[in-house]
Design a protein around this ligand. Sequence first.
Ligand SMILES: NC(=O)c1ccc[n+]([C@@H]2O[C@H](COP(=O)([O-])OP(=O)(O)OC[C@H]3O[C@@H](n4cnc5c(N)ncnc54)[C@H](O)[C@@H]3O)[C@@H](O)[C@H]2O)c1
Length: 256
Amino acid sequence: MQGMAHRLGGKVALVTGGAQGIGRAIVERLAEEGAKVAIGDIQLQAATETAEAVTKAGGTARAYRIDVTGAADVENAVAQIERDLGPIDVLVNNVGWDKFELFVESLQETWDRVIAINYRGALNCCRAVAPRMKDRGHGKIVSLSSDAGRVGSTGEAVYAGCKAGIIGFSKTLARELARYNITVNVVCPGPTDTPLLKEMMKGREKVFDAMVRGIPMRRLGKPTDLANAVAFFASSDSDFVTGQVLSVSGGLTMVD
Ligand SMILES: NC(=O)c1ccc[n+]([C@@H]2O[C@H](COP(=O)([O-])OP(=O)(O)OC[C@H]3O[C@@H](n4cnc5c(N)ncnc54)[C@H](O)[C@@H]3O)[C@@H](O)[C@H]2O)c1
């Protein structure tokens, strides 16, 4: 960390879904790099605990209860964060959710929930934050997609569609916002050791073992593996990189 620290000194970042899992590692990493971090999560208690841990480690973080599926909720929270911490320089769309269902057996209620959280959630956050970044003439937007969105994943058809949607959406936003000095990039995790993965793999332990054997590096991702990539896209090290998609998955996918 020495030498790399404080790439984000004086910056304000909003990380959605930052209470646990990959989001929590992103919050901790951005705070280590000097950012003041707003954690937006539906689990306010867990988000508060994460903020307290960051504060204890010498960083700055504050928890906000946000449901990314509600546009008005997101808009109000973004205004509040800017009043509390200052203009948002970095937006990390990290919220995601899925439930294993083969498509032919899938329920429309599940589709609606998956689409609202994984696709509309990112749209709501970008719609609230991007105009503010545009007015200020700079910004960094990083969205978590998934290798499922690049190559598909059995039992995750609608989720994979949303995650592919995040890629197309981000490339378009990158084109529209480049002239305002705003970069928009995408990080795709493969299977990563988080509460979400544990929940999805319950009762499917054999599939889980085969999945890990299929990863060239033969291990799950750690949340910090993803945080490293997000920190790059959040910092000025990536100022000339936009509309790009980076898989952080131990070599699981190697698409062009
Ligand atoms: N874990 C994996 O194997 C894996 C693989 C590929 C992609 N991803 C993606 O990485 C991202 C992080 O996943 P994770 O495994 O850390 O998940 P996780 O479930 O462990 O954490 C997600 C966080 O988002 C919050 N959240 C959920 N719905 C929300 C909403 N509507 N509004 C606000 N907050 C909400 C949860 O409270 C939780 O704190 C997601 O976008 C996920 O799709 C994860």
